[in-house]
Design a protein around this ligand. Structure first.
Ligand SMILES: [Zn+2]
Length: 67
């Protein structure tokens, strides 16, 4: 068993990293393999969109007070 495996999987192929464990757990839960990555990408995109609008607001605020 790989030391990097956190889920205790003892079959083959052995888990090489945490992502193998996550995907294995997803299959056990009946989810589509790799769904975590899609969710993660969505979350990242949402956060980036929120951050962008905050930065834009700051830029508008600062440009209004500059002159
Ligand atoms: Zn594992």
């Amino acid at each position: 068993m790989s030391e990097k495996c956190t889920c205790g999987f003892k079959g083959a192929p052995p888990h090489e990293d945490i992502y193998d464990c996550v995907e294995y757990q997803e299959v056990q839960d009946g989810k589509k393999e790799g769904q975590w990555m899609i969710d993660w990408a969505k979350k990242l995109k949402d956060n980036a969109t929120k951050k962008k609008s905050v930065v834009f607001k700051d830029w508008v605020d600062s440009s209004e007070t500059q002159d």
